[in-house]
Design a protein around this ligand. Structure first.
Ligand SMILES: O=c1ccn([C@@H]2O[C@H](COP(=O)(O)O)[C@@H](O)[C@H]2O)c(=O)[nH]1
Length: 313
């Protein structure tokens, strides 16, 4: 099942780091973009080709030191069909390098519509009995705010296709408290969502005691993470907000259990565009700069886990 593959890869690579594949055209080096602009003009096709080349270089430089990548679909959708083509090809390439794919798609709708979303992202699309995969992923992020009928369809596909989901519980953005921290009875909304996740989790626990039904918990809210860790002991946390949003290794430690497992930490901008902080002549080595940054992040997190007695390796 998904969660066992993830944990085995974390242990093998000694790394709980997830590289977020969020291609921002304005930050992709000119040396990558120029040849496609020359060939296709300033078009979606050129953007898509530049993104794919950029992503492949990043993947080539990190596949042996991280267990998973998290492409954020919004950065591809904005370039239409060509952008989605780059998304699919990126996922397939990352998979071919042994990486797990966490599609950051944040879907969720009324049950019957969620079924279509789930077929698209972790299940199979049915064409007159022929079952086809539309977008490749091992797990996806889902939005729980329509209630449990919206997640039921995803959970069915988790079971049927050995996939995973990460439910938005406490997001990393500055205004996440506006709704997620509202009180309902004696609990905050995010605590109620966490208890729902815990309820769903228990049926999908794998070999290492963790469930393929996980939770998104932002690195920017370490105190909330501490409490959420207790509310969802079997759920793996996907922790975004490290680096560019200010989250540090000390901030993410509460998301891990005492066994040193229980969380993967995502960083997108800080890794992908690390070359911007290097000397100009190193622009063409953007892949090496990303690798260096991912290793720095891995080492910082591992060192902090060890300091807190949470060694997993
Ligand atoms: O609570 C959340 C949920 C998702 N994200 C996504 O993670 C990355 C973070 O990118 P950085 O460049 O490392 O800030 C991005 O894709 C977000 O959409 C999140 O940040 N917080």
């Amino acid at each position: 099942m998904f969660i066992d593959y993830l944990i085995e890869s974390i242990k093998k690579k000694k790394s709980p780091v997830v590289v977020g594949l969020d291609p921002r055209l304005e930050l992709i080096p000119d040396c990558v973009k120029k040849k496609y602009y020359d060939k296709y003009g300033k078009t979606f096709k050129a953007a898509s080709e530049a993104i794919l080349e950029f992503n492949k270089v990043i993947i080539d430089n990190v596949y042996d030191i991280v267990p998973a990548v998290k492409p954020q679909i919004a950065f591809y959708e904005q370039y239409g069909i060509e952008g989605l083509d780059a998304y699919i090809k990126t996922c397939k390439y990352a998979s071919s390098k042994g990486l797990l794919i966490i599609g950051d798609v944040k879907r969720g709708d009324i049950g019957s519509t969620s079924k279509a979303y789930s077929s698209a992202y972790i299940g199979k699309s049915d064409i007159e009995g022929e079952k086809l995969e539309a977008f490749p992923a091992d797990a996806v992020t889902v939005n729980p705010y329509l209630g449990d009928d919206c997640l039921k369809e995803f959970i069915e596909d988790v079971e049927k296709y050995s996939k995973g989901i990460f439910v938005l519980v406490k997001t990393s953005n500055p205004s996440s408290s506006q709704i997620q921290n509202l009180m309902s009875g004696d609990k905050k909304i995010y605590e109620i969502v966490a208890l729902m996740v815990d309820g769903w989790s228990s049926n999908y626990v794998g070999e290492y005691g963790y469930s393929s039904i996980g939770a998104v918990v932002g690195a920017t809210y370490p105190e909330e993470a501490k409490m959420l860790r207790k509310l969802m002991p079997n759920s793996y946390f996907l922790v975004p907000g490290y680096g560019a949003q200010g989250g540090t290794a000390e901030d993410v430690v509460n998301s891990f259990n005492d066994d040193g497992l229980g969380a993967v930490v995502n960083s997108s901008r800080a890794i992908l565009y690390a070359y911007k902080r290097e000397k100009d002549e190193l622009v063409e080595n953007y892949g090496a700069a990303a690798r260096k940054e991912a290793m720095k992040m891995r080492d910082a997190i591992n060192k902090t886990l060890e300091k807190h007695g949470k060694k997993y390796w």
